[in-house]
Design a protein around this ligand. Structure first.
Ligand SMILES: O=C(O)CCC(=O)C(=O)O
Ligand SMILES: [Fe+2]
Length: 504
């Protein structure tokens, strides 16, 4: 995913809000990482990983004056504070600083901050920011510069990722089915990721919407891609010619309005509809006050979404119109560790993870694949994947891809959503600013529409609140009723409906 400055404002997905950058290039953990790294081209400036400095006879970093004393990470942070003109000047003082000031993420941030109205994409963020056509860009060789800070993004952008997305072990395979009835979904599958191969192929939009057809129809329409709104023709010129470790990802929540299509199975001239098995979406009762819930997603090969859970404990479906997506998924329950390489803050509001998908795969994929609960699968064009409420997921586009996604609240997960809205109100996202009490609003609207359903949901919520008391609280802190005279009792029972005990 993009550097900090580019973190998306959009909120379809709770993107990780805090990220760590690993720069331990030498630390490749698995056979698949080694295989993937073996076929890398040379860095365009000739920079090599830091470890090579130990056997080198010369190191040009030592020739950049006082800057030589700064560790590479610190030097890079310092450069992040400079403007474009200063970067160009500093880069002309010596080869090492030339290489450090060419790091394209510095220019990506500068470009996004400046957000010019009119510009032409010139293959890199630096050339685009400075307005230099590709053929006028000169490159000076920086042989004898050894830096993981400079080499690692290049390595991550160029390492083939197929070794990570192929040979999925049988036990991890996401279930593939032609279709499900609503009854089947509701009784057995609301907590299971699965891929349906039939419903999307019935959509009128399927086969008609491709990146190319959209480009010819809507070249000047601006779509949101992370922190920028670009005309589609500019975005597609970017996707066809960039070298980013985390390519800019188009994720637009207003695509229905921008393309004037109609949505819904029963609507005349409808373009697509939610697959039937998912049934009613309970957030529908919120009308125009519902949080953002549908997005068009477009991105080049290697773009995608880093690990996150979907907002407000909603479930989602994600339908691929062109291309294909690799999914890596993990269930999440109180007391269960998050996926390998992911650190969750205590209140679950912040996810710390490697900065990019490639970085994650290179470093943690082997461990993730061995971890119980791991699910992996490839969703191809014409297929739709179910993301159950609360599941962590990472998604990688295996080729240029166009997809539609929608978040929804199925009846069986009403308790989870109520619990999130009531107990994690500081993590609620996607509602308009005038909605101050999402729990109050949702319960009020649902009570009017279907009071029995709300009662069921509230009972489920109470059950969850009791279960949410971790084992430690169970053992050490008396429940309210025990405090008022029931006496202390040990609760070692893992049977019955104790969620912690049955991790899918
Ligand atoms: O297509 C993607 O990159 C994943 C989007 C996503 O996270 C979702 O649909 O929940
Ligand atoms: Fe998601």
């Amino acid at each position: 995913m993009a550097p900090g400055a580019l973190l998306q404002q959009m909120s379809c997905v709770d993107r990780p809000s805090k990220k760590i950058k690993r720069s331990d290039t030498a630390e490749l953990h698995s056979k698949e990482s080694e295989d993937a790294a073996a076929v890398l081209p040379s860095h365009p400036l000739g920079v090599k990983p830091l470890g090579n400095a130990y056997t080198a006879t010369e190191n040009i970093k030592l020739r950049c004056g006082a800057f030589a004393r700064l560790p590479d990470e610190l030097l890079n942070h310092f450069l992040e504070t400079l403007d474009g003109e200063t970067l160009v000047r500093l880069g002309s003082t010596c080869k090492a600083l030339y290489a450090f000031t060419r790091a394209d993420d510095l220019w990506r941030s500068l470009f996004v901050e400046s957000s010019p109205e009119n510009f032409t994409w010139h293959a890199t963020w630096r050339s685009t920011y400075l307005g230099i056509p590709e053929e006028h860009v000169s490159t000076i060789s920086c042989k004898n510069l050894f830096s993981d800070v400079l080499y690692r993004p290049f390595q991550c952008a160029n390492t083939p990722l197929e070794p990570f997305t192929s040979n999925i072990p049988q036990r991890n395979q996401i279930l593939r089915l032609p279709d499900l009835t609503h009854e089947e979904f509701s009784t057995s599958y609301t907590d299971t990721p699965f891929i349906l191969t039939s419903p999307v192929k019935e959509w009128p939009i399927y086969g008609q919407w491709t990146p190319e057809t959209l480009l010819s129809k809507y070249p000047s329409v601006k779509f949101r891609a992370e922190a920028v709104d670009w005309p589609l023709e500019t975005y597609m010129s970017y996707t066809s010619n960039n070298t980013d470790e985390s390519p800019l990802y188009l994720f637009d929540r207003a695509f229905v309005e921008k393309t004037s299509i109609t949505v819904g199975r029963d609507e005349p001239n409808s373009s697509y509809w939610s697959p039937d098995c998912f049934g009613d979406d309970l957030f529908h009762v919120l009308g125009s006050q519902r949080p953002d819930h549908r997005w068009m997603i477009m991105g080049p090969k290697r773009s995608g979404s880093t690990f996150h859970k979907d907002p407000n404990a909603t479930s989602a479906w994600n339908a691929v119109l062109t291309g294909s997506k690799y999914w890596l998924m993990f269930p999440s329950r109180p007391g269960v560790e998050p996926p390998p390489g992911i650190i969750l803050s205590e209140d679950q509001s912040e996810i710390t993870s490697p900065l990019s998908i490639a970085e994650y795969l290179l470093t943690f994929h082997a461990e993730a694949r061995r971890t119980p609960g791991c699910r992996e699968g490839i969703c191809y064009a014409g297929e739709v994947l179910h993301v159950p409420s609360g599941w962590f997921h990472l998604v990688l586009n295996l080729g240029d891809s166009l997809a539609l996604t929608q978040n929804f609240v199925p009846r069986k997960r009403l308790g989870d959503v109520l619990s999130f809205l009531r107990d994690q109100s500081e993590n609620i996202s996607g509602f308009k600013d005038d909605v101050e009490d999402a729990f109050g609003l949702f319960t009020e609207k649902l009570r009017k529409k279907d009071p029995e359903l709300l009662e069921e949901g509230l009972k489920e919520l109470e059950k969850k609140a009791k279960k949410g008391r971790g084992k430690w609280e169970e053992l050490t802190k008396p429940k309210e009723e025990e405090e008022s005279g029931g006496g202390f009792s040990f609760g070692f029972g893992f049977g019955g409906d104790d969620d912690d005990a049955e991790i899918p």
